[in-house]
Design a protein around this ligand. Structure first.
Ligand code: SAH
Length: 453
């Protein structure tokens, strides 16, 4: 097989990133985005590796009954979504299977995987958008999403999964940049000014925060003509409560820099989750699908039950789970490595008049063992790490002190399976894993599981 060959394939499975796993007649594996199990297609080969190849569909020969017309016009190019071409019900079934596949290495010890709890909203659920800004071939300013596995920008004027008002704001910013000759940042030459547009909206308050990530250390107010931009933005949306500039002058793929300067309104936007008020500043993590995250947190609390005094909420962000836990525990310790998020968490604790919570800035793997060394031993622990999962030294420490319950929330089934293997080999028994769809149309799937001593 070589590049540009046209081969006929049949789809047998879906891979962890939403691509179809298909096979040629002689059994060679070809990964093809946008196909469904059972479908056959003529596929053009794009890249050949030793044991598999990547291809794209030329002609669909037989369509799955689960296929539907794509609801997004740029679904094929944009790297954000994987499942616009199938029914939402089928998408949830696929996600359940993807979680099962992640636990395959655990063999007979794999836990039961429950049906996915679907999102109430399938469209317009994202409360945050971070769009790279660039120039097209004609030199026109564009903002959009990265093409899959690339950093070329697909211009985007609508995104079905994102709150629609965001695009009027984006257009207003792009027009302002053009009119004032403020150049977008170029990754190749590490020159230009505006790198990303950031917009976040509070689901329950409607408040909007707008930000620009810029490659400029000083005088950005003059460079960006921010006073005039803010006036234009306020005419577009009366919900904007905050405008900030985040400074990132590094040659890096990391989107946000360390410093954020608020130029209009509040330092943070406010929202509520499960009737608790939260302030969220620009760099802090906040789940993008608020109603579904509220359900996820309720489930986590339900799994934890009532029977505990001291709880560690590790990877606590702005304290969304920690403050919910405070109602049930005597004392809760939230540990989080992003310092603006910890500042938000402390503010949120005070905003809600909660007394029995302490927030610590640092890594979970360093700060949790330090508390334990001081004699503060949790009887329950909540883990909600990033995609890379938990540090093995943290899990070792938990296996040593054996809290009664560990509730693990995960955005990556592969690292969840890896970490659960260690915990279940060291005295813990797992409940069934409950997948929650927080990210309709994308391949991502959140899970929650309870491990009992
Ligand atoms: N529980 C929160 C945040 C979950 S996202 C919520 O539901 O809103 C994961 C969080 O872990 C992020 O806020 C990230 O900044 C933080 N983080 C990443 N690595 C960490 C580490 N090693 N120790 C502590 N926090 C970490």
């Amino acid at each position: 097989m070589k590049k540009n060959d046209i081969v006929t394939v049949q789809v047998t499975d879906i891979s962890h990133n939403g691509s179809a796993i298909s096979k040629t007649e002689d059994g060679f594996v070809v990964f093809v985005p946008g196909l469904l199990i059972g479908e056959t297609a003529e596929v053009k080969i794009l890249k050949v590796l030793k044991n598999s190849a990547y291809g794209k569909t030329q002609t669909l020969l037989s369509a799955s009954p689960m296929r539907q017309n794509e609801s997004c016009s740029i679904a094929k190019q944009c790297g954000g979504c994987s499942f616009h071409h199938t029914t939402y019900e089928n998408e949830c079934n696929i996600k359940r299977q993807l979680v099962k596949n992640a636990f395959y290495p655990l063999g007979t010890k794999a836990p039961e995987i429950l049906p996915v709890i679907a999102s109430e909203k399938e469209t317009a659920y994202r409360n945050k958008m971070l769009l790279p800004v660039g120039c097209d071939k004609n030199g026109d300013y564009i903002a959009g999403f990265y093409r899959a596995r690339s950093h070329s920008i697909i211009p985007c004027e609508a995104c079905t999964i994102t709150y629609p008002e965001f695009f009027a704001i984006t257009n207003c910013i792009l027009t302002h940049l053009k009119e004032n000759n403020i150049p977008p940042y170029s990754e190749e030459t590490h020159s230009g000014i505006v790198r990303h547009i950031f917009i976040r909206r509070g689901e329950h308050t409607g408040e909007i925060m707008v930000g620009l990530v810029v490659n400029a250390k000083k005088a950005f107010q003059e460079l960006l003509q921010t006073d005039s931009l803010i006036q234009k933005l306020l005419k577009i949306s009366s919900h904007i409560v905050s405008f900030a500039v985040n400074i990132n002058t590094k040659k890096t793929n990391v989107i946000l820099g360390e410093k954020t300067v608020t130029l209009y309104g509040k330092k943070y936007l406010t929202d509520t989750m499960n009737d608790i008020r939260f302030g969220i500043s620009l760099p802090s993590f906040y789940q993008v699908n608020t109603p579904q995250a509220e359900k996820l947190y309720q489930k986590a609390l339900e799994l934890l039950g009532e029977d505990y005094e001291t709880v560690f909420d590790l990877y606590c962000g702005i304290g969304t789970i920690t403050l919910n836990l405070s109602k049930k525990a005597k004392k809760v310790y939230g540990i989080e490595s992003c310092s603006p998020a910890v500042e938000d968490a402390k503010m949120n604790r005070d905003l809600n008049n909660i007394q029995n919570v302490e927030f610590i800035c640092g890594t979970a793997e360093e700060e949790a063992p330090r508390l334990v060394a001081e004699g503060i031993i949790p009887d329950a622990v909540v883990l909600d790490p990033p995609r890379s999962g938990c540090d093995s030294t943290l899990l070792e420490m938990l296996c040593n002190i054996q809290p009664k319950k560990i509730v693990y929330i995960s955005c990556n089934p592969a690292t969840l399976a890896r970490d659960m293997k260690m915990l279940t080999e060291n005295g813990y028994q797992a409940s069934a894993v409950q997948p929650f769809d927080l990210f309709p149309r994308t391949f991502h799937c959140e899970c929650v599981v309870c491990l009992t001593k």
